[in-house]
Write a protein that binds this ligand. Structure first.
Ligand SMILES: [Zn+2]
Length: 112
């Protein structure tokens, strides 16, 4: 399926995930994200001329990527050198695409 930020500067092509994760940690709850996880080389991510920005904090293990034009957070990726690299695509941008897919509720607020 194809999913993109609001202005279509960032577009992502990825298979439909088996499930999506709704995490209540401090960052995911603010983004209101629904994450679908992939090996880092699988989603085809293309970025237009407006480019991207990253947000990290703390140990900077994760890089949250957003569009510099419309501001949508499209995905996050593990930083270089982290074990178990992955990319998480934000299906919160297109909830209708994952309406029939199981949602895993992750208690990141307590566990992270
Ligand atoms: Zn955009």
């Amino acid at each position: 399926m194809k999913i993109s930020c609001h202005c279509a500067n960032i577009s992502i092509d990825a298979e439909t995930p088996e499930n999506v994760t709704d995490c209540n940690c401090s960052i995911c709850s603010r983004y209101h994200a629904l994450w679908g996880y992939y090996p880092p080389d699988i989603p085809q991510i293309s970025t237009g001329s407006h480019g991207t920005e990253c947000y990290t904090w703390g140990d900077a293990e994760l890089e949250f990527v957003r569009c510099t034009k419309c501001g949508c957070v499209t995905h996050y990726r593990t930083a270089v050198g982290q074990p178990d690299p992955l990319i998480a695509v934000n299906f919160g941008m297109a909830r209708e695409l994952v309406a029939d897919i199981p949602v895993i509720y992750y208690n990141g607020a307590e566990l992270l």
